[in-house]
Write a protein that binds this ligand. Structure first.
Ligand code: FVH
Length: 289
């Protein structure tokens, strides 16, 4: 459904994600002005109805809502510094990946120039934007989130995590930590079976349902961690340590360095050395806090 007066939007940054965000807005009939540091990346968007600004100031001035989707925090600073006077009274939603403190600093800096700041973290790849499989987390100005919620919902399922501008980034990076550790473990396993001539595709086909089933244990694990009582183990640290030693030995037998497993072994060992070997595996969080 098209809005009666679609908000004019500026999109700063036409990497793969910026282009996906702009495309979705153009399909919903928003007037979209785009800017990119390196000229020549706006062609397809202009063909779909976008206007291309030569300067950041030109893009920001044409919009009520400024969407920033750049490489990192320094690129956001470098870009907006050239036009910071023009953000006054405008809503800025920054979807660039950065640390929570960097998100807070960026918010304070832009608010000191009169902007209304909302930080965002995209939990999707560009191809998923505009589909039910995309999620975007937001934190910062509640007013900006509420006013532009319908627009945000065009991109993804939108979740608001409160006025602290760092919270969206914190959730994002915490979830990515889990994802990268899981992927590293998967690739280590793939290298183990590949060493016996099994294609990674075959391993992936069998590992996927197993790993998906294992993630079903996360809510129970989270409950134990919140209660901080690890004395009734589903899997004790002593037992886990034995299994991890066997995995590492098997890996070395196959000529594969067990780096991700060694990382877990190290934290488990830390808790066993502290006399906690009979307690639950979840206790390793006490070595991380
Ligand atoms: N792509 C993805 O799957 C992930 C999903 C999760 C969230 N991320 C974050 O989104 C931000 C942008 O990602 P991207 O995929 O669009 O990134 P690139 O395709 O590499 O485009 C980067 C754009 O940033 C511009 N840029 C880089 N450095 C500067 C600078 N110093 N000053 C101004 N602009 C800069 C670059 O411009 P150019 O190289 O074409 O001139 C692109 O527009 C990112 O935070 C992800 O973590 C995406």
């Amino acid at each position: 459904m098209t809005e009666t007066n679609p908000t004019p939007v500026a999109v700063l940054g036409l990497g793969s994600m910026g282009r996906a965000l702009a495309t979705t807005l153009l399909r919903a009939d928003h007037p979209v002005t785009v800017w990119n540091r390196t000229p020549g990346r706006a062609g397809e968007l202009v063909a779909q109805g976008a206007s291309e600004a030569e300067t950041v100031h030109g893009a920001v001035s044409a919009a009520d809502l400024v969407v920033v989707c750049l490489y990192d925090e320094p690129s956001v600073r470098a870009t907006l510094e050239t036009a910071v006077a023009s953000v006054r009274d405008r809503a800025v939603v920054n979807l660039t990946t950065m640390t929570p403190d960097a998100a807070r600093d960026t918010g304070r800096w832009l608010e000191s120039h009169g902007a209304h700041y909302l930080d965002g973290a995209i939990m999707a790849t560009p191809g998923l934007i505009g589909t039910p499989h995309a999620a975007i987390l937001y934190s910062g100005s509640r007013a900006v989130f509420d006013e532009h919620r319908a627009l945000f919902d065009r991109w993804a399922t939108s979740t608001y995590d409160g006025e602290d501008a760092g919270m969206a980034a914190l959730f994002d990076l915490a979830m990515l930590s889990g994802m990268y550790s899981l992927f590293a473990g998967f690739l280590h396993g793939a290298a183990m079976v590949q060493s016996a001539g099994v294609p990674a595709a075959e391993f992936g086909r069998r590992a996927e349902p197993f790993l998906a089933a294992m993630t079903g244990a996360l809510p129970e694990s989270a409950k134990v961690v919140d209660g901080r009582d690890y004395r009734d183990p589903v899997q004790s640290l002593d037992w886990t340590s034995t299994v991890l030693d066997v995995i590492a030995a098997a890996s070395r037998e196959q000529g594969v360095e067990p780096v991700p497993v060694d990382m877990v072994r190290q934290i488990v060992r830390h808790q066993i050395d502290a006399g906690r070997g009979g307690e639950d595996f979840d206790r390793i969080i006490e070595s991380l806090r």
